[in-house]
Each structure stands twice: as C-alpha cells, then as structure tokens.
Design a protein around this ligand. Structure first.
Ligand code: ARG
Ligand code: ZN
Length: 473
C-alpha cells in the first residue's frame, strides 16, 4: 500500500516536469546469485519462502508430471525473473495470471509476468510441467538417477533442476511440501515428516506426502522412489525416526546397513551433546539400491547412503558424518559454494571425534597420520579456496578437519566446543561464511588467529606445525 503511494507520487512529479527522478523501471532479475564458482546457479530479484512440489511418477518410463507452486517475495521491482529447471514446462502463472516463459542456457527458465512484480510484493508462481528427467543433460550431467525399480534425486550441488523449478542456491532456503503419486506398491521417501500416511488416490495410484518445516536448501531436497522397506520409530521426545532400505540390497548389505543406519538416533543424540540441540523435526536414513549412487548425501533430516558404504560391515562413521551435516551444512548453510569446507571439514572432524569416543584412534592420531602421509599434491589445495572442481576434494574434507584440530589445540577444548555451539546457534536455519567463522573464533578465544587460518585455510602449501617435525614422513 505504502509502496503504491510512493510510485504514484513519483509518476505525478515526473509528469509535472519536476527535477525529482522518476521511479526506476522494473528490471529483469538476474540469471545467477553471483556465486564465484557457479555464476548461473540461483537467481536474482526474489527470495523463496516455500515450495509445494506435487508430482506423479511413472517408474516404467521414468516420466514425471506435476506442478510446483513457489511462494516468494520480490527483492526488486521485477519485469521478469529466472528459475533453474530442465523439464518441459506447459504453463506458468504469476499471481494468478498466465505468464510468458522462455529458455536460456541449459537450465534457465525465464518468466515474464503479465504485470511487473513490485519490490517487497508477494509472488505466487505456479509451474506446470512434465518430462523424462533421465533424458535431460545440463551442466554436462544428469543428476537424476533411474534405478531398476524407480529413481533417485540425490546430488550436490546440482539436483533440483531435474524435478522442481527453483532458486537453486543454498543462500535461499525455504520450507517444502513434497508429494508424489506412484503406482500402488511403490514407495516414495523424501525429507522431514509424513503429515499423513500414504493414501490411495485414484484406482491404482497412491500418494506419498512429506514435509520440511524448517528452511531447507534446494540441493538438500531429495526423492527416493522404488521398492523400500521402511522402518518407523519415535525418539523419547516424540520425533519421527524413519529409515528406508532398498529391497534390492542383498542380505549381507542389508544387515550391515541396518547395523549402521538404525543407530542414527543414538548418533544424533551424541552429536547434540557436542553441537547443541538437533535442529530438525525428524531423523533417519535411506540406503539406495546397489550400484546407483557413489556417495552419501546429508539430505535434510534423512541422509541418503550409497550401499557401498556397507560392503564390509557396519559403518557408523558415515552416519556420524552425514548427521553432523544436519548442523554443519543443513541448518548452517554455506552462503557461497567456495565455503564448502565449513560443511565437509566439520563433518569429517565429527568422524574423528566419534573415532576417539569409540576408542578407535584419537583426533590427534588421525591428524598426525594425515600430516605425515599426505603427498605433495594434497597440500596444493587450500580448503577455503579449493576452486570449483575441488569442492569435494580431499583438501576440503581432510585438511578442513586438520584445520579444526589445529584450532582446537590452539584455543583449547573449552573454547573450541563453545565456538562450535555458538556458531550453530548464531546461524541456525541461515547461511554463513569462513570470515564469520574465523571472526567468531577470535572473539571467543580472545586470540589473534590470522596466522593459523592463513596457513591452514588459504595457503596452497603444507603448514608448519610447531613441534611436529618428527611427524614428517
Ligand atoms: N556432501 C556429501 C558428503 O559429504 C558429498 C557429496 C558429493 N557429491 C558428489 N556429487 N560427488 O558426504
Ligand atoms: Zn560431507
């Protein structure tokens, strides 16, 4: 209302020939968010608060149809805006009016509303679409994986493009409702809680509904569709624990997977003791069909694991890692992809703390081992400036964890764990970067830590460790 008045006044003054400049004309929203490593990921000009993704999936021919409704607020006067998406769009509506749309590059959908959206104004964007996600290549990849009995939408940083239109960047998080209708007898697993049990929809079809009630990055939304055994439990404080195991796992893999993933609630309780209260509404894990995924991902509230992690018995370390990400990565997200060590270094360090707790080697022993054994190549990548191709490289994980261990040795256990807890509570459900972390570390410890962080995070060379000469291989 106030905005409208200002615009009218400016127009009137312009018409009267006043020297006061006219209101700037609505402008197109940007095709990216200025991410140095991935310039066209995410979009400018609006901020999403909620995604409602309502789909139907045909496993036999990998066909997806449906509608995503996006609730957003314009952050500028918008004549047009982008969404990141690759499937075939049938129609777009903005604030209940049909909008024009076109494609740019391999994953940009450009939407031109019939009326410009005013800065600060609400936008309801309804996109109707269909397509065969496994046929779409973008950024040189197809992140959607077709499995023998369904599909997996699990990936980082690219994933959302293949199943819902979005502002695909961790700096714009939103709540989600995801519902998928599938042929009776097929299971659908996603994030958060099930607001209702799977329900028969029309003859032969069942709809599954999932809800994320805390802000979630687009890459952390996932789908696992196929034949799954679903286990359900509740924690002492009433939180849903839902795990899912592919029916395609052989018995040995299934047992090893359960011996690990069924301990999720215990692991999360242990991590809560270190990092502060668990930030989300549900817990769990999903184990993918054999030979379909090569990694695990900290999909919010319910991580997804490659079955390969369980090839030789239990692996609680990966459960510790992915669940540590619920604090470091999911609740506190990177504001730019180059900050990824804030996720991976911390989740790796959680594995070291678990190892220490289990009596399988202390964090210091793990540090010493890596310091002595890593080759020259390893030291050429700086964790806080790894380059786009190295965001999942060893330096981000291992040198990131080594950095935290050096920090802990320098400031002491009390300040170190207070720092971790303050970090997650100050940035809960938001995003953050390395400078904010190092600033907080100096504030809490009262120490000047530039030298340590320069050497460990930003310099592509092996840092010296006082008194560690004996460790060099
Ligand atoms: N964040 C995941 C993890 O730490 C790694 C994902 C790697 N992604 C990929 N496409 N390889 O466990
Ligand atoms: Zn990780």
């Amino acid at each position: 209302m106030r905005r409208l008045l200002v615009a009218t006044l400016a127009t009137a003054l312009t018409l009267a020939g006043s020297a006061i400049p006219a209101q700037a004309a609505p402008a197109p929203g940007g095709a990216g968010l200025g991410d140095e490593y991935f310039p066209d990921y995410g979009n400018g000009g609006y901020d999403v608060s909620h995604y409602d993704v309502r789909l139907r999936y045909y496993p036999d021919d990998d066909r997806l149809t449906g509608t995503t409704t996006i609730l957003a607020t314009a952050t500028q006067d918008l004549s047009s805006f982008h969404l990141d998406f690759v499937l075939d769009v049938a129609s777009v509506k903005v604030n209940n009016r049909p909008a024009a749309f076109s494609r740019e590059g391999d994953h940009e959908l450009v939407v031109t509303p019939s009326r410009a959206v005013t800065r600060g104004g609400a936008m309801t964007v309804v996109v109707q679409y269909s397509g065969v996600p496994s046929n779409k290549v973008a950024g040189g990849i197809t992140a959607w994986v077709r499995t023998p009995d369904g599909a997996l939408a699990v990936g980082q940083p690219e994933e959302a493009w293949w199943w819902f239109p979005s502002n695909d960047h961790p700096s714009d998080k939103a709540t989600f409702d995801v519902s998928v209708a599938v042929p009776d007898g097929v299971e659908v697993v996603s994030n958060g809680v099930m607001p209702r049990n799977p329900a028969r929809e029309i003859l032969g079809w069942t709809r599954w509904s999932w809800r994320s009630i805390h802000p979630q990055a687009t890459y952390l939304a996932f789908l696992a569709i196929g034949q799954y055994e679903i286990t359900r439990d509740t924690t002492a404080d009433g939180q849903q624990v839902i795990n899912a195991y592919s029916d395609l796992l052989t018995p040995a893999f299934e047992d090893a997977a359960k011996a690990s993933v069924e301990r999720t609630a215990e692991v999360v309780d242990w991590e809560s003791g270190l990092f502060g209260p668990y930030p989300f509404e549900a817990r769990g894990g999903v184990v993918a069909p054999p030979d379909t995924l090569t990694f695990a991902l900290e999909t919010q509230t319910r991580s997804v694991y490659s079955s390969g992690f369980f090839r030789s018995g239990s692996n609680t370390s990966v459960v510790v890692h992915e669940n540590a990400h619920q604090w470091f990565g999911d609740s506190v997200s990177v504001d730019r992809w180059k900050e990824i060590w804030l996720n991976e270094g911390f989740a790796t360090y959680a594995e070291w703390l678990w190892s220490e707790e289990q009596g399988e080697g202390t964090a210091q022993e793990l540090f010493d081992y890596l310091y002595a054994s890593k080759d020259a190549d390893f030291w050429t990548v700086a964790p806080a400036a790894p380059g786009a191709s190295e965001i999942f490289g060893d330096a981000v994980y291992d040198r990131g964890a080594m950095t935290l261990h050096q920090l802990r040795n320098t400031i002491g256990d009390q300040d170190f764990f207070e720092l971790l807890r303050t970090w997650v509570s100050e940035h809960r459900y938001g995003d953050a970067n390395t400078v904010e972390f190092t600033t907080l570390a100096e504030k809490i410890s009262g120490q000047q830590l530039d030298e340590l962080f320069d050497a460990w995070l930003y310099t592509p060379a092996k840092p010296a460790v006082p008194g560690a000469a004996a460790l060099t291989a």
